[in-house]
Design a protein around this ligand. Sequence first.
Ligand SMILES: [Zn+2]
Length: 409
Amino acid sequence: MLSREATGDVIHRFAEILKFPTISAPDGFSLEPFHNMRSYSQTAWSNVFSNLELEIFGGASILLKWQGDLSQTPVMLAAHQDVVPVGQLEDWSFDPFGGKVSEGRICGRGSIDYKCGYAGMLEAVSLLISQGYKPKRTVYLAFGHDEEIGGLAGAKAIADNFLQRGIQCSSVLDEGGYIYSESDGSTTAELAIAEKGYASFQLTSFATQGHSSVPPDKTAIGSLASAIVLLENTPMPLPEVPLEIKSSRWLETTIAPTILSAGCKENVLPAEAKVVVNTRPSPGISVAQVQSFIQKLVKHLDISVTLLDNASVSEASIVSNVSTRDFLVMKQSIQEVIPCGTGFRCGIFPAATDSRRYCKVAENVYRFMPVHLDHRGIGALHSVDESISIADYLRCVNFYARYISRVAR
Ligand SMILES: [Zn+2]
């Protein structure tokens, strides 16, 4: 599809994008790297920015509109520009913002999560424009800048704006599906048609404060420990889901203890012990159902269960339809670009992404990028030494170009 010279340019532009430290953080962050990345993008993919309408949300989120026929339902592709912090720099074997290309890989924070989407989509649209392609359906490219901290200023603002203007898309393509390595050595491309919810609860156990030399049968810490063991050993019943995701490995609602606190002195029995459990409700299971499941389970232990009501709380997504035209052309495009012998299946993404914000402005949300995850699986995304193979990045560009040219036809 691309000449060797053009391929070199495609890789170079992506490596340049990885040099912008577009880190988002809950306690505030600079928008300057985002502005610089946009300036670079406007030069690197100038035909995209001269042919598509640009709107900015929340100071740095980008919405690009590729106008089609007004009578047709639009379609959206989404990617986020922000990345998570790098952690300990000395743990990395390369500069996370150096844009290094070596041994067949393009290295840097955000290379998979999710600048391959940002740059890959711009590259694909640029390619289509250069080939004279004109979409019949309007194509939106939505690039949020705060996905890693909840997406309120970016994806949510864009979705709210669509609602106000009465714009409804047939589907959104976002992150959340990858090419996984299986234990038997095979690989499978998984298109996620649903996403789990998110809710944390604080469990507090109560007892009488006292002297540790004469402990009662029941202590606050002991009761809380029993509750944690119970939660770990009692899976929540599986939800009723469509056949396509019945065998998904992440079907179960998970409940995991993450923060523990109790006691202030070694010889004092505390009056309270607390644990925060983070839960990921499966599609079809509500946050309220998870709370009542936990409450019933620990009722006999005199423990209170409170929802930590913050911006991260979200219900599980709907399960998207697999018989729509958008899905079928997406599946066809995936099957054409993945390596020979790679399987295909639908699945559930276990974490939360910006796509939950777009559920209200699209009938269906699909999550996929043709990128191989290493043995760390999804764990690799926010870890050290994030990198993508050159072959996978070119696959992304190829996939987006094929998908857009078909879906907007
Ligand atoms: Zn991401």
